[in-house]
Design a protein around this ligand. Structure first.
Ligand code: MN3
Length: 234
């Protein structure tokens, strides 16, 4: 994973001509296997409690990775040749098991990176802030739209800020473990960052108060990672 890599390394990865690296998808392709969590379970307290993080990472996310491996095997995908991003882009060709678990594994692999220890979060870069102001009016307006997408997602799913083909940022939400890279998605684009609004992501601490979880989440957002990702996606 790319945790801890400097911006110059990310840029170098993004500029590599390897067919496995899609400049418009990821600064570094997301591996098929679950990677170590880049911080301790308690690192995101008080916004997200340690027990929620431990169960989320060791049970929920680990299961997506395990089930993805089974689907990859059963459906004869050569993971050394097909990037996870490419798989998601043609997910309509595969089973529901592949869709749910490739999405689940990919979304969580990114989600851990979208967060950082409380108090260490920074701010959007000048370039990202310019795009936010252009496409939403202000950072607060973007946050409101994102929060509404998370609150309004009925049942389980994700809220996202995506970079669309036309170069503009937008806020969307996807059901279950779908994401905007999937060919079956109503809202397509490159995910810049996103938030898990499944109950398993917040219920121990917040119970039915999903809006409180969403509000608290902004205190642990990892702008450094997102800034580098925005540069690599552009
Ligand atoms: Mn989850």
């Amino acid at each position: 994973m790319v945790a801890g890599l400097s911006g110059s390394v990310l840029t170098a990865l993004a500029n590599t001509d390897s067919p496995k690296i899609h400049k418009l998808n990821m600064p570094d392709p997301v591996p098929y296997k679950q990677q170590p969590l880049p911080y301790a379970y308690a690192a995101l307290e008080p916004a997200i409690d340690a027990m929620t993080m431990e169960i989320h990472y060791t049970k929920h996310a680990a299961t997506y990775a395990k089930n993805l491996a089974e689907a990859v095997d059963a459906e004869k995908v050569d993971a050394s040749k097909v990037s996870l991003e490419d798989l998601l882009g043609s997910i309509s060709k595969y089973s529901a098991k592949m869709r749910n678990n490739a999405g689940g594994h990919y979304n969580h692999s990114l989600f851990w990176q979208f967060m950082t220890s409380s108090g260490k979060t920074t701010a959007p870069s000048a370039a990202l802030m310019t795009a936010i102001q252009r496409d939403f009016g202000s950072l607060d307006a973007m946050k409101t739209k994102f929060n509404d997408a998370g609150k309004g997602r009925f049942g389980s799913g994700w809220a996202w800020v995506i970079l669309k083909k036309d170069g503009k940022l937008d806020v969307v939400s996807t059901p279950n473990q779908d994401n905007p890279l999937m060919d079956i998605s109503d809202s397509k684009g490159q995910p810049l960052f996103g938030l898990d609004v499944w109950e398993h992501a917040y219920y121990l601490k917040y119970q039915n108060k999903r809006p409180d979880y969403i509000t608290a989440w902004w205190s642990v957002i990892n702008w450094d990672f997102i800034n580098n990702r925005f540069t690599a996606l552009g």
